[in-house]
Every structure is written in structure tokens, then in C-alpha cells.
Design a protein around this ligand. Sequence first.
Ligand code: ADP
Ligand code: MG
Length: 673
Amino acid sequence: MRPQPVSGATAAADPLFQLPVRYEDRTHVTPLGALIAGTRVVVEAEVQVADVVFRRRRALLVRLSDGSGFLNLRFFYFSRAQVEGMARGTRLRCAGEVRRGPQGLEMVHPEYRRVGVTPEPLDDRLTPIYPLTEGLTQGRARANANRALARLAANPAQDLLPHHIVEKLELPTLTEALEFVHRPPKGTSLAALASGRHPAQRRLAFEELLAHQLCMQQLKQRAQREAAHALADDAQLTTRFLSALPFALTNAQRRALDDVERDLERQHPMVRLIQGDVGCGKTVVAAAAAARAVGSGRQAVLMAPTELLAEQHWRSLESWFRPLGVTVALLSGSQPARTRRSALEAVASGEVHITVGTHALFQAGVSFHDLALVIVDEQHRFGVQQRLQLKEKGRRDSIVPHQLIMTATPIPRTLAMTAYADLDVSVIDELPPGRTPVRTVVVAEERRSQVVEGVHRACREGRQAYWVCPLIEESEELRAQAAEETATTLAEALPGIRVGLVHGRQPARAKEQAMQEFKAGHIQLLVATTVIEVGVDVPNASLMVIENAERMGLAQLHQLRGRVGRGAQESSCVLLYRGPLSQTARERLACLRDSNDGFEIARRDLELRGPGELLGTRQTGLAELKVADLIRDADLLPAVREVAEQLLRGNDALVAPLAQRWIGGAEEYGRVG
Ligand code: ADP
Ligand code: MG
């Protein structure tokens, strides 16, 4: 859920809430003799000599002295007036970072001004450093903030939170908090400021988290006020579906399905998230929910993030439902026009009961006959907007479809309550019986040939393997190219082994074909990019090699690894890395080697990389926080929830101004809702 670009009508961002990214202490002058490389200081000294030199680039070099030592200034951009203002004996006050230069300590492009001999006053506050946008200088940003602070002092009504709440939390008022963060008094420790735990900072973090929480809870309240069809499943299709399955649901699946069925029987829309580790079997639960919609004479739709996954879901659902007389159709962006047109017609007429597709589902031209249930798989790949758009497609007057959302990114409980405050959550915390945990080993690139030999042996023994190619960020094109090269090299190194290839740049048909051949066992080694990360289910595959594992996130590696270990045979995963490894990279790979538990891994990922990465930037506005930090400020979350509930019970007049202030208009929280 990235913030949408704010429309032109919205006022420019309030400088009060454009907060400094860091601070500098310019409250005292440091003698040149006491300078330490790597620190930011203010110095005052006389120009000894100023020269324009030509080394690799034209530069203005100025040598300063204050009797205690020397300092060089280096400018790469300068005017003639600047050079002329540097006559010998001129006194300068400079602020900047001290670095080790070719001729001793230096400052590059310091902020400076000329001063007289009589001492001039220094700052009595720490100096805020603002994030700069086009056309803004630090000076102007500081002036804007100061003007805004003066306005705030004159109009304290901008402090929106009721006094008793802030008092109970023992936090300062908004005015005090903003005055402090924009102009911290002399003597405030820079380290304390950087830690973000000062009460003033916590006051702002609290308000920011509250703004998000209010928006999400309001979204939930609004959803609950809407009406939906109660799905009674008079045709008993769910029961028939479940008894025709070749396996029984696990207890955890049963519990999740019970939650879903209870919701679906009500005349209000369900908005439920099913969280469960990779391989726990979310698809059947979703299919059982779809059966209830169809058994009630209505339609369901399942949206997947990739064509590969949509195609796979379509095949599973087809095989489960066809014997029951239920029609399942696939809608994908890359279908031949004619196939797509006839699918669209069948969906619109109600002839198709369950539609499976990618985001192509919310294109214009897709309309449903009577859509009662929207299922979104791997929701972290979508924005909330997209889910809500799909829901809107099913709206008939005031009746909206139920929503079931599935994710394999397990996140810790408080974070889930915050990130998914607009959803009800069910957790599937059990894997189907008979799985053996995946054995994971971490292997250096130097031993690649041994790994290739291992793959050879495994394939000759009748096992199937994935080879996941390096994550190349630059482009899908380069990724595809790397995958093709790897496939060629491996095919040469593995005589007699049938090697296949899937990557994002192939036509959908080629991808599907490769997957089908792999599933059928015709392909023994499937070389792939990370397109196979989500959802792909080939139970016979029992070996996976992941190249450049050190460059991937833990959650992503765990997802990838979840492609093996789906059958009864022992599976293994080889994490190939290119050294040298940083300490964090080493810890991450070790964590994956030592754990198969998605929740544990997610917790570590959160510690190591922060919530933005884990949640996926698009998933939630919380990944875009300005002041608050979900880990650091986790202890605020219970109070945030409580206050949000309290405020929404009273009146919700605060929601819009708080959202405007912190989120920049409520667009991203789904006006569509
Ligand atoms: P995920 O939760 O990662 O989406 P899937 O829905 O793809 O997992 O299920 C993984 C595999 O487990 C599939 O092959 C599915 O048919 C199988 N499966 C699901 N539930 C059970 C069960 N209760 N018993 C045995 N196998 C199951
Ligand atoms: Mg899945």
C-alpha cells in the first residue's frame, strides 16, 4: 500500500511534520588542534592561503590556522567572488565533517561564513538537518520550520489529541514535542536523539502510529457496516468437496475453515486473513470457501500474484471441482484474445463458477454475474488498493463480496495486529502429516562443482531439483539472460539429465509448459529465476540449489525453500553464497540453516532488516513511517490500539486531520472502501 501521489489539490506538506533526519552540534567551536577525523564540528580560524588548483579536477583549496593547528577546505564548485573573499587573514566560521585528506585533515564544501574578530554568538540549539527536496536548502528548511513553530505557538489547537490521553501516557504536548525535535536545546545528547527514544520523539511516533491505526480501524468499521450475502451452501458443496479430497484437513486447516464458514454465514462481508507457513495447505481452505459460495448459487474468484501460480491454482481447482460439476476458468493477461473473450463471457453469464487469475482480473471488461467471494493469494504481492478494486467489481448496489486473503509471510503478533488492523486473522500453525523437514546447507561458491555433482547424483536417482538463479536487481531482462546461461551451462555439465527453464520474460505458454513437464517428471532439473518463489507446488521435487543466497532476504529464501519438502521424501536445500560474507549475511544464512519455522525466521528477518522489507513495501502504509519504527516503538502499540478504539467509539472527527497530517490524505487507505 504505497502512498498514492497526492493530487494537486492537496496543500503542500506541512513543514512542522517534515522532521530532521539528524542533528549537528554547532553550539561550540572546536580548536583545530583538537579535530578528529569523522566528526562534525564548528571551527573558527584564519585563512593562511587560498589557491585554485588543477589536479584531477579544478578545486579551490583553502588552508586555515587558529594557532592550535591547521585545516584544509576543499571546494569543487565555487565562484570568483568566493575566491576573492578568501584573502589571507580572513576569519571564517565553518561547519562540516572533518576528513582525512591528502594534506592532512580537511572539510569538503563546509557551510561557512566570514566573521569578525569580536566573538559572535554560536547556536544555542542543536542544528537540525532536514531531508532536502528540489529547490530547498538547509537554511530555507530551517526558516520554514521556525515560522511553522511560531504559528503553532500562536495556535495550539493544532494539537489534536485530547489532553487526558497524552497525559496518561506521560508524553509531552504536540507543541513541546515539535519544538524539541526541530530545535533540541544545547546539551541534548546526539546519541539520545539518534536512538529515537526521547519522549518528544515518542510523542510524535505515537501520533503517527495512531493515525495509521485509526485509518485501518475505520476501514474495518466501514466494511462491517456493509452488507453481504449470507452463504448457506444449501447444496452442501463444501462437504462434498472435502470428502472427495485424497486427504483429511489438518486440525489447523479445520480451525481456519471454521472461522471462514462462520463469517460467510453472516450478512456482513468477511475480511479475513489466513496466515500460515509455506506448505501448510492454504489453497484447499480457500477452495473449500469457494465451494461454499458456489454451493450457495454464487461465484468466487481467486487472484494470484503471478501467471505461473494462477495457472497452477487453476489446474488444482479444476481437478478438484470438475468431478463435482463446478466450472473453473482461468483469466490471464497473456491468453489468446479468443480464449480470453469466451472466458470473459462465461464469467459474466454465470456459467463459470470459480474464476482464477492474476491482476488481469481487475481490468475493465471483466465483470461477474454474481460474485460473492474474493480470494487473494500471497497478498503481500498486492496493494490493498488492488484487493479493494476487486471487491468493488463484485459490488451490487450495497451488497459487497466477502474477502479471504492468504499470506505465507508470518509476522509477529503485535505487528500483525497493527499491520492488519482492518482484518480478522486466522493462523494455520501446523503442516500436513508426513512431511520431513528440509535439510539446509550453506556452501561457498568455490565448491560449486561439488554441488553440481550432487544434483547429478540426485537426478540419476530419480529425484527432481530446482536451481534458482541469482537475484539480479537491474532488470528482468538480465535475470532472464542469467537464467538462460545457467541452464545451458548446467545442461552441458549434466549429460543425460533433462534440464528445463522458467523465467519472467518467457511467454506464458512456455512457462506453463516447462512447469507442466517438471510436474510430470519429464524435466528433472528446473532452472528458474525467483518467479517460482510464490506458491509453486511440485511435491516430487526434493532438492533446491539457490545461487547468491547471501543477496536475498530471509523471508524470501524461506519461501523459495518451501518449494521442496512437500512430499514424503527427505528434501534438501543448498544455499550457495559468494564470499566474503558480512556479519549480518552470515547470521542470516545460519538462521535459515538452523530453522524451518517461518515465524521464527520472520522474527529474525524483522530484527535484521526492519518491517519494510518483511511486509513488502506495497503491503502496508506502515512500511513508510516517518517517525515511528515498528520494532523500536513496539511497546507503544497496545496503547495505540486502545486509544484508536476509544476515539472511534466517541467521534471520528480526528481521523481525517490526523490522516492528512501523517499519511498525506487518506487515499492510500482506500477511499474505494
Ligand atoms: P501453501 O499454504 O504454501 O499455499 P499449498 O496449499 O500449496 O500450501 O499446499 C501444499 C501441498 O500440501 C499441496 O500439495 C496440497 O495438496 C497438500 N496438502 C494440503 N493440505 C493437506 C493435508 N491436510 N494433508 C495432506 N496434504 C495436504
Ligand atoms: Mg500457496
